[in-house]
Design a protein around this ligand. Structure first.
Ligand SMILES: Cc1cc2nc3c(=O)[nH]c(=O)nc-3n(C[C@H](O)[C@H](O)[C@H](O)COP(=O)(O)OP(=O)(O)OC[C@H]3O[C@@H](n4cnc5c(N)ncnc54)[C@H](O)[C@@H]3O)c2cc1C
Length: 425
């Protein structure tokens, strides 16, 4: 009989294993794929580093600060601001405190009124003064309603908040919980958006290197679950059966729901999986970057497929071979077209932004990520974190138990390990 079996080596599973190690509780991870990290992964293609979907690490995440060695990750910061495409030109907005040289242009950027810019400063300072506990106690509503009540105009919502937050939440209607909005905005305001120098995949790799690798079984998908005589019974797709005093389901919500459905009805715990938010990310190789700044480009027009564009190699040069640039274009959702048509449509849109040079860019790869984030429409974060323990021996961890983020996955993994430790003691 094992002490603890963890299903899934995403950030939540790795964080649970880390906490159990600290407490001298033996564990084993069963991971379906051939590598650790789950949704946080980087592929190397022709010398380019392609994160599986555009993603960033906010260095202010409190749990990430505790767990990760930022120095070893060699975090490369984004410029705090964005270039916003208005249909015929770009306008640049920056954090005036970090980039005072852009303060005036930001103040007069045609993305909202002066009162919007002051509301932005008020929001920032209010969130700087709020603790995370304060944020998760405030009334939950949709982000869209929250921004309206805060006094922001429709114009700044369309030109800035919708593409910016839409890209973060994968939700262009801004139905996502206002608690998630305040949390994310506070993280952006109190730290930097970054990329590890050698790709997002270095994050789980660093965590895995601190664990006993002989306890991580890759290519070992779990097919079904059961609870028997107070113990968890895990059946692998290979037919092997394992028993443990505690089983942590650390897969995404979609697989968790499937695994729970394999349990006999009498012992099956209640679990309501959220809907999924999806995204599509296209990567291109360019001879020269279309702009030089380490900045995000947002589509402020309210039209088109592309929500945001990034040149990761402007932020972290190792993302592209010397003398070339890597460009990513992110689309919210899953367009119902074949890949060739999608590449052509995205290329055409980007040609309007950057000119004819886009035609010479080489398409590298397109990622379709169906279960990218849990839908966090209210009351998703009330309570701010779901209970870790489902039954006597069954526990659940993952970003869908709290905020759909790197921070959420890391915290949920630790909290679940703490609940398991309480059971085993
Ligand atoms: C495109 C994209 C962009 C994102 N951008 C950001 C961002 O900028 N900032 C941020 O904070 N967060 C971002 N996120 C969210 C963040 O990546 C996730 O919240 C976090 O990685 C979730 O980790 P997890 O461990 O909960 O789940 P997962 O990463 O989904 O891990 C689950 C693990 O379980 C394994 N598994 C599944 N089924 C089985 C089975 N049957 N048996 C065994 N193992 C199984 C999977 O292979 C996987 O390794 C983004 C996510 C995506 C997809």
């Amino acid at each position: 009989m094992h002490d603890v079996l963890i299903i899934g080596a995403g950030l939540a599973g790795l964080s649970a294993a880390r906490e159990l190690t600290k407490r001298n509780i033996p564990w084993h991870i069963l991971e379906a794929s051939g590598s650790v990290g789950g949704r946080v992964a980087t592929d190397e293609v022709d010398g380019f580093l392609l994160d599986r979907g555009f993603q960033i690490l906010l260095d202010a995440y409190p749990e990430a600060r505790q767990i990760l060695d930022y120095g070893e990750l060699n975090l490369r910061p984004f410029h705090a601001g964005a270039k916003i495409w208005l249909g015929d030109k770009f306008t640049t907005v920056s954090n005036p405190l970090e980039h005072p040289q852009h303060a005036l242009s930001t103040l007069f950027a045609p993305i909202g009124s002066l009162s919007d810019k002051f509301a932005m400063l008020t929001l920032r300072s209010m969130l700087n003064r709020s603790s995370l506990d304060d944020i998760f106690e405030r009334r939950e509503r949709t982000t869209s309603e929250y921004l309206k009540n805060f006094g922001f105009s429709e114009r700044i919502k369309e030109r800035f908040f919708t593409p910016f937050l839409g890209g973060v939440f994968l939700d262009s209607k801004l139905d996502t919980s206002s608690r998630m909005f305040e949390f994310v905005f506070k993280m952006f305001a109190s730290g930097k958006a970054t990329l590890p120098a050698a790709g997002m995949g270095r994050i789980p790799r660093q965590m895995a290197l601190q664990l006993d690798s002989s306890r991580i079984r890759l290519n070992s998908p779990v097919a079904s679950l059961e609870e028997n005589d107070g113990a968890g019974v895990v059946r692998l797709a290979s037919g092997e059966t394992l028993r443990a005093k505690a089983v942590i389901i650390a897969t995404n919500w979609h697989t968790a729901s499937h695994l729970i459905s394999t349990m006999p009805t009498a012992s099956r715990p209640a679990f309501q999986a959220p809907k999924s938010r999806s995204t599509t990310c296209l990567y291109f190789a360019a001879d020269t970057a279309p702009f030089a700044e380490p900045m995000l480009v947002l589509n402020g027009t309210g039209r088109g497929l592309v929500n945001n564009i990034c040149v990761p190699s402007n932020v972290a040069p190792l993302y592209a071979p010397k003398g070339q640039a890597l460009v990513s274009a992110s689309v919210i959702g899953s367009p119902q077209t074949d890949d060739e048509t999608l590449v052509a449509a995205v290329r055409k849109e980007m040609t309007a932004y950057f000119g004819a040079e886009v035609q010479s860019w080489r398409h590298l790869r397109t990622y379709h990520i169906e279960h990218a984030l849990p839908d966090q429409t209210p009351p998703a974060l009330a309570p701010p974190e779901r209970l870790a323990r489902l039954t006597n021996a069954l526990f659940m961890a993952g970003d869908h138990r709290t905020t759909g983020s790197i921070q959420g996955a890391l915290v949920s993994g630790r909290h679940t390990a703490e609940a398991v430790a309480a059971l085993l003691s």
